[in-house]
Design a protein around this ligand. Structure first.
Ligand code: DLL
Length: 428
């Protein structure tokens, strides 16, 4: 439930708490003697009390490469036998990233996910239909533990087997749906096909992949819910790092446990509040895998100041994209979510799309594969993409049902066509 003591404390009080916690973190990293401790020593930090919050920006970063270099357990700050669970993400680029939790970390994670659920409108007694995947991925088990900690009733559906999900939505009358935004769309289509009206649903807590305001509207068109954004990443803890409140004016970052900065991705220098930058997190209270200034690769802007809901936690914008998902076509930089905004904002196509980068010849082509609602929107979309994003792209309008629907895992928004057959039928 909304905890004013933690979520609405004064900025001074929170800064004092964070400072104290960061001191503890720095002392633990120095004592653990791993790569983060070594870098702190090299930066002249001999003990926690040497560090100030304002001085955090001068401390060394930690990156995904560090986790890979020390895979699987080389960055633990506790003995291996204190690790209660591991999780991770398969990564869109092949290499797994593994993270570890002590029992205390699992309790913290459950509390943060309970906070997220309640921020989005869940309460004790809510029925939570959880269609995030269960397993190494943090979505399913993270939200599950949060729902239990909140005192809700959790329905552990995991992803896929959509017919059975529709049945459970009809029979168990959940008020909260949790899954990826792309799967929410798929479920919306499936309930319509089955003639089920999931009238019990009130809110959905969607995350794990970028999604635009236009996709929010598309989900709210097919499901009778308020679609809310939840953000997180395995390295920081999983879901439960930041969530929208009912004001929907940014995602509240749980800053008492996850200190956030936004930095210029090229220089690493912090950007002004309000300007887009790469999110960087410090986790002062985590035990097994505490991270100092972890670079997420996710681009968003930050704002500070009290929200109309009463929370004083800093807010982040929706994620604009991942630094490494940016496509460069003939010198124009574009994130898939920007293309999504144009497509869905046009009202001409279904909310399913895929970007195909054709690299069969030296000058790459970008093909935007989509499905028309009616007529032939190709020329209008080519024009809108150029006008809005400055992007020269070809639009391939495919028959309904051709663009892959997401059943399990995260939506794949960009595919590369290196040689041979097209990745989607009907492309040329
Ligand atoms: O996706 C954790 C999660 C599960 C968050 C369920 C929300 C709901 P990973 O598999 O480690 O963890 O992937 C983390 O996913 O760095 C972002 O690039 C992306 N991501 C997560 N949430 C959002 C979001 C989980 N709300 C990576 N909007 C992150 C945009 C998101 N991107």
């Amino acid at each position: 439930m909304f905890d004013p003591k933690a979520e609405a404390m004064s900025l001074d009080e929170r800064a004092a708490l964070q400072r104290h916690r960061v001191w503890g973190l720095v002392d633990r990293l120095l004592a653990a003697g791993g790569v983060q401790g070594r870098r702190l020593r090299d930066a002249g930090v001999g003990r926690g009390a040497d560090v100030t919050l304002a001085g955090l920006r001068d401390l060394p970063f930690t990156t995904k490469q560090d986790l890979w270099d020390h895979y699987p357990f080389g960055m633990l700050a506790v003995p291996r036998d204190q690790v209660a669970a591991v999780h991770g993400s398969s990564g869109t680029r092949g290499r797994p990233t593994l993270v570890a939790y002590t029992r205390a970390d699992l309790d913290l994670w459950a509390a943060m996910c309970a906070r997220s659920l309640s921020c989005a409108g869940a309460s004790p007694g809510s029925v939570v239909h959880n269609a995030y995947g269960y397993g190494l991925f943090t979505g399913g088990i993270g939200i599950h533990q949060g729902a239990v900690a909140l005192g809700a009733t959790v329905v552990p559906m995991s992803g896929g087997m959509t017919d059975r999900q529709v049945r459970m939505l009809a029979d168990l009358r959940p008020d909260i749906l949790t899954c990826t935004p792309a799967y929410a769309l798929r479920l919306g289509e499936a309930v319509a096909e089955a003639g089920v009206e999931p009238v019990s649903l009130k809110a959905g807590l969607f995350g794990a992949e970028p999604w635009s305001e236009e996709l929010r509207t598309a989900i709210e068109d097919v499901l009778p819910i308020k679609a809310m954004d939840v953000y997180g990443l395995s390295e920081v803890i999983g879901p439960g790092v930041a969530t929208e409140c009912l004001e929907q004016d940014g995602l509240h970052v749980n800053e008492d446990h996850f200190i956030v900065e936004a930095v210029d991705p090229a220089t690493g220098v912090p950007v002004e509040d309000g300007a887009p930058g790469e999110l960087v997190f410090t986790t002062p209270t985590k035990q097994a895998l505490p991270l100092l200034r972890y670079r997420t690769g996710d681009i968003a802007s930050l704002t500070r100041g009290e929200c109309a809901c009463g929370r004083t936690l800093a807010r982040m914008s929706k994620i604009i994209g991942r630094a490494d998902d940016m496509i460069v076509v003939r010198g124009v930089n574009v994130y898939p979510s920007e293309v999504e905004r144009v497509l869905l904002g046009s009202g001409l196509v279904r909310p399913h799309y895929q970007l195909v980068v054709d690299r069969r010849s030296p000058t790459a082509r970008l093909l935007v594969a989509c499905e028309a609602l009616s007529g032939d929107p190709e020329a209008a979309l080519v024009h809108a993409l150029y006008e809005t994003l400055g992007l020269t792209a070809e639009v391939a309008v495919l028959p309904e049902g051709t663009v892959p629907r997401v059943e399990v895992g995260k939506a794949v928004r960009v595919v590369t066509w290196e040689d041979g057959d097209p990745p989607l039928p009907g492309l040329a």
